[in-house]
Design a protein around this ligand. Structure first.
Ligand SMILES: O=C(O)CCC(=O)C(=O)O
Ligand SMILES: [Fe+2]
Length: 344
């Protein structure tokens, strides 16, 4: 794989090769992005439990995205995790080339923006992502890079903490839907689909021409994202306008994936988002995804549907969902739409 990292960091190019220049309709038009609007910021240490449930539910319904502060994951551990990723991406490219086999559970993905027609070439995104499983017991650690030496241990520790946080968030979201606290976690099943992306976005000479990650929704149920501070590169679509997510120190960005939109019968939102590049600084983000057990049947939760709110989606297994995702390769993915019975 010819990597963007290799081009952009090792060669420090002053101009951008054509293969990274996105077509007009995908360009970010950065002057149109709202820097005033913001996704909600929620302090997870609020004592008033009902108020916390209310704030989270409102954020999930209106934005599908929010930032959380005082989330309980130790600051030092977060810093160590970000450093492990930065160290991984500053290794010589030969060291990272052992992860280029994309059929393996641990691999580097260089995302492409698929072109509309067969003739035009696919465009490479200005980023690289190390994709690997995670689990709270740390069983995945032996699969992870051995270099930098602290990567395995740090990610195992971080995974344990993020799992606790995920469980807490699923509890709050369940309550907000009027369900038992452990409803969603139980419904997603034992042995859930747990995958992580350690994303790297090198500085880019012209962020107007490239994309770090193209517009997508997450396939998971819930995503916990940690991002570099100071630069705002993640953007979220709200009422057809892009909103920049300004990093809040020591906060996580939380977003709902397609599974929660389906399970909540459209009440909670899995929202489109994208990543733009920064001219001066590299950026790192670490996304932990929690999805259903591959064989669990997913669909609108019965308690949330009635005559007035008939099911908007048919039931499916996560395996079917992933097959649909793969089937749509080459198009802008509209995966949950393939299971839609009717629009709202
Ligand atoms: O880097 C980010 O802020 C977002 C990453 C993301 O959307 C993803 O990994 O699915
Ligand atoms: Fe995402």
């Amino acid at each position: 794989m010819e990597s963007v990292f290799h081009r952009a960091v090792d060669n420090n190019p002053m101009s951008i090769s054509e293969k990274f220049i996105v077509p007009e309709e995908h360009k970010a038009n950065l002057s149109q992005v709202s820097t005033q609007a913001s996704i909600p910021i929620i302090d997870l240490s609020i004592i008033d439990h009902n108020l916390l449930v209310h704030k989270i539910t409102q954020a999930c319904e209106e934005y599908g995205f929010f930032q959380i502060t005082n989330h309980g994951v130790p600051k030092d551990l977060c810093k160590k995790t970000m450093t492990a990723v930065a160290d991984f991406y500053s290794l010589p490219s030969q060291e990272r080339s052992q992860f280029t086999d994309t059929t393996k559970p641990v691999k580097i993905i260089g995302y492409l923006l698929n072109s509309k027609d067969q003739e035009s070439p696919n465009i490479a995104l200005w980023s690289e992502s190390l994709n690997h499983p995670w689990d709270p017991a740390g069983d995945f650690a032996s699969l992870l890079p051995q270099n930098p030496p602290q990567y395995r241990e740090t990610f195992a520790e971080y995974a344990k903490e993020v799992n606790e946080l995920m469980k807490r968030l699923f509890g709050l979201i369940s309550e907000g839907l009027g369900l038992e606290k452990d409803y969603l976690v139980n419904k997603l099943g034992e042995n859930p689909w747990l995958t992580a992306l350690a994303n790297f976005f090198p500085p880019c000479p012209n962020p107007e021409l490239t994309l770090g990650m193209s517009t997508h929704t997450d396939l998971s149920a819930l995503t916990v994202l940690m991002q570099s501070e100071e630069i705002s590169c993640l953007q979220v679509l709200k009422d057809d306008k892009w909103i920049a997510v300004h990093p809040v120190p020591n906060a996580f960005v939380i977003n709902l994936g397609d599974q929660l939109e389906v399970m909540s019968n459209g009440r909670l939102k899995s929202v489109h988002h994208r990543v733009v590049n920064n001219k001066m600084q590299q950026r790192i983000s670490v996304a932990f995804f929690y999805g259903p057990n591959m064989e669990t049947v997913i669909g609108p939760i019965e308690e949330l549907t009635n005559e007035e709110h008939p099911p908007l989606y048919r039931t499916y297994t996560c395996t079917e969902f992933m097959e649909e995702y793969k089937r749509q390769a080459g198009k802008r993915p509209m995966v949950k739409e393939a299971f839609q019975l009717r629009s709202k």
